[in-house]
Design a protein around this ligand. Structure first.
Ligand SMILES: *Cc1c(COP(=O)(O)O)cnc(C)c1O
Length: 386
């Protein structure tokens, strides 16, 4: 099989799996208990917290473990809104956020919060002037993602966080696609809150973290016991936390090496597709883009049909659109970039990772042009054009 859908999820690194495995049977103690096997687990949790903190240049007491990127996004946005509802009810986000952010904002709008969705240019870069103009007295939060999961475009987070700071507004960023791929420093980014997720960088699923800068007070979302200094209840997911720590440690050591290889493969794939298939459109920013992501539109065919044919050849990619989740609308991200509906329907996303090999790229370059040719032959739009 050829897996090129690393932005959706990554396989767990065997080294991560190995450290996790002990915590299911042998060291299963509930860290909140007082006996030996429990206390040891508490230490391991704190070690993992330090490793996650190191990966993003935070202090370990600014890291709070959650069930993943979705929960971290929900907590940052809902927690801020509830904590500051007497100060204001206005939130600024972008049109191209992940649904973990967009649907959280939609939920809040039903509760009386007002949401401004910042537009993006054709490359998917948010309009900074629009943000400046949208800020008002009631604005309590700006939340803009670091890199977009569909097209890979990297947003000017440092610039936006400055604007937020100047206006005394809390700033959250969804870094699920960048943590573990590129160096992240919460200090350099200047953010108050940051979401990350284990399974996007070779850790396990169901574990993530929210960075909360010291002094930032947001409301609790998951009420329960006194875990996470009383700010996030629920029995510790010890294997997950230890796995996340190990994944963070590996990423810190190896991401530069990985980048070289993955960037080479992505560029080769992109170049090859452009050369072999006519009427292709590459989406996202040409330079300010994740080095593993290739999003393109194949004109006159449906991305979904191409995916099914690729699937038949055991090549796994994504359309990057909501079609896969049962909606017929093309991707909100591509539409926000101004790509017309009919072209956006032909979108494909290849997102590469550390286990891809050059043969994988060669195989895709051999098979994809044949699939497209076949589908275009039966496409009325293609024939009309000819
Ligand atoms: C995957 C993803 C999420 C959701 O993270 P989970 O850990 O799967 O809940 C949020 N934001 C972005 C940008 C993502 O790519």
């Amino acid at each position: 099989m050829i897996y090129m859908d690393y932005n959706a999820t990554t396989p767990t690194d065997p080294r991560v799996l190995e450290v996790m495995s002990k915590y299911f049977y042998e060291k299963f103690g509930n860290p909140s208990s007082i006996y030996e096997i429990a206390r040891e687990n508490r230490k391991e949790i704190e070690r993992a917290r330090e490793k996650v903190a190191e990966l993003i240049e935070a202090d370990s007491d600014e890291i709070f473990f959650t069930s993943g990127g979705t929960e971290s996004d929900n907590w940052a946005i809902i927690g801020t809104s509830f904590a500051l509802k007497n100060k204001g009810n206005h939130i600024i986000t972008s049109q191209i956020e992940h649904h973990a952010v967009l649907n959280t904002c939609k939920f809040l709008s039903k509760l009386g919060f007002e949401i401004t969705y910042v537009p993006v240019d054709k490359y998917g870069i948010v309009d900074i002037d629009f943000i400046k103009k949208a800020i008002k007295r009631e604005t309590i939060l700006i939340t803009i993602m670091h890199a977009n999961n569909e097209i890979g475009t990297i947003e000017p987070i440092e610039e936006i966080s400055k604007i937020a700071k100047e206006n005394n507004i809390l700033f959250h960023t969804d870094c699920v696609q960048t943590v573990g791929k590129i160096p992240i420093s919460v200090k350099k980014l200047g953010v108050d809150m940051l979401s990350l997720s284990g399974h996007k960088f070779y850790g396990p699923k169901g574990i993530g973290a929210l960075y909360l800068k010291k002094g930032v007070k947001i409301e609790t979302l998951i009420h329960g016991g006194e875990q996470e200094r009383g700010r996030r209840g629920g029995t510790y997911n010890v294997p997950g936390i230890v796995g996340l720590g190990k994944a963070a440690e590996i990423a810190k050591q190896e991401m530069f090496e990985e980048e070289k290889n993955i960037r080479y493969l992505r560029d080769k794939l992109e170049k090859g597709i452009v050369e072999k298939i006519p009427e292709i459109m590459i989406n996202g920013h040409p330079e300010n883009r994740l080095y593993n992501t290739l999003n393109l539109c194949v004109k006159y065919v449906e991305g979904e049909s191409i995916l099914l044919h690729l699937d038949f050849e055991k090549i796994y990619a994504s359309s990057g659109s909501a079609c896969t989740s049962g909606s017929l609308e093309p991707s909100h991200v591509l539409l926000a970039c101004g790509i017309p509906h009919e072209i956006a329907h032909g979108s494909l996303r290849f997102s590469l990772g550390k286990y891809n090999k050059e043969e994988d790229v060669d195989k895709v370059l051999e098979i994809l042009p044949k699939i497209v040719e076949k589908l275009r032959k039966i496409s009325p739009f293609w024939r009309e054009k000819k």
